[in-house]
Design a protein around this ligand. Structure first.
Ligand SMILES: Nc1ncnc2c1ncn2[C@@H]1O[C@H](COP(=O)(O)OP(=O)(O)OP(=O)(O)O)[C@@H](O)[C@H]1O
Ligand SMILES: [Mg+2]
Length: 255
């Protein structure tokens, strides 16, 4: 299996008395087991505070678990890696850099030549539909366009896993739908494996091969739902599918 999460546990030490030595241990993730195939699109769905972001950060290598293991492509995740790339809810762009220089930034850190990094960045800007905006600055773009830049930048090192933490939560409903459609296209073109956190049941249904529903306190997997309409995948096809309503109601009941 491409991504293997085994008995993953995470606890946080919470200081209740502001440094007076009283600590409480909060178990955020408890024995999470999850296996993901290469190229799969997985959504994580669950109430606020159930540990979705924590799980994503552990898979990305930004945070260590306290028990259990995460393996991607046969290698244990112990620190951030080039093949694991995160897309953030608030876009995380550098305001003083142009769109092109934002997308090229990871390659600049890697010490790639300007020619090489601009070549890659331009290809990705075309992929996300922003080829003509490379000279713009983030504040000159709409939220949806900024998130496209965020996605392009996440792809610069050609990752095999894209970790997306509520990437469309800050966008209006129409923009969100357009970006969902585009994300499906980009996913098809790049063949990335995607772990996508969302609070929206509809969004999870629209995008995912499988939906992992979490229970909280401590965060653990409640169930894994495989929507019956994986083959017919544009977002409109999914909405019109006869089983859309039933699957959505089942998910709603779980959360
Ligand atoms: N660095 C930290 N120190 C202490 N507690 C933390 C830390 N990070 C997260 N937590 C706690 O862990 C729990 C899970 O947080 P997490 O951000 O993973 O939830 P989430 O499922 O992403 O929630 P949301 O849907 O609101 O984004 C919460 O109770 C949170 O307060
Ligand atoms: Mg979160």
């Amino acid at each position: 299996m491409f991504i293997e999460i085994k008995k993953l546990t995470k606890k946080f030490q919470i200081d209740r008395k502001h440094g007076k030595g009283e600590e409480e241990v909060l178990t955020v993730l408890q024995d999470v087991d999850l296996q993901i195939q290469q190229g799969e699109f997985i959504s994580l769905l669950g109430s606020s505070g159930c540990g979705k972001t924590t799980l994503l950060r552990i898979v990305s290598g930004l945070l260590a678990g306290d028990g259990g293991t995460v393996t991607v492509g046969g290698r244990l995740v112990t620190k951030p890696r080039q093949d694991l790339s995160m897309v953030f809810q608030n876009f995380g762009l550098l305001p003083w850099r142009s769109v092109l220089d934002n997308v090229a930034f990871p390659l600049e850190i890697d010490g790639q030549s300007k020619e090489k990094r601009y070549e890659v960045a331009r290809k990705l800007l075309t992929l996300v539909g922003l080829a003509s905006f490379e000279r713009h600055y983030p504040h000159e773009l709409s939220g949806g366009m900024q998130q496209r830049v965020g996605i392009a930048r996440a792809l610069t090192r050609n990752p095999s896993v894209l970790l997306m933490d509520e990437p469309f939560a800050a966008l209006d409903a129409q923009t969100r739908e357009v970006l969902q459609e585009d994300l499906l296209r980009i996913w098809n073109e790049t063949r990335c494996t995607v772990m996508f956190v969302t609070h929206s049941i509809d969004e999870a249904l629209m995008l995912s091969d499988r939906i992992v529903v979490f229970k909280s306190a401590p965060g653990r997997i409640h169930s894994i739902v495989e929507p019956p309409f994986r083959a017919s995948r544009t977002t409109t096809d999914v909405r019109l599918h006869p089983e859309f309503g039933v699957t959505r109601a089942a998910l709603r009941a779980m959360i």
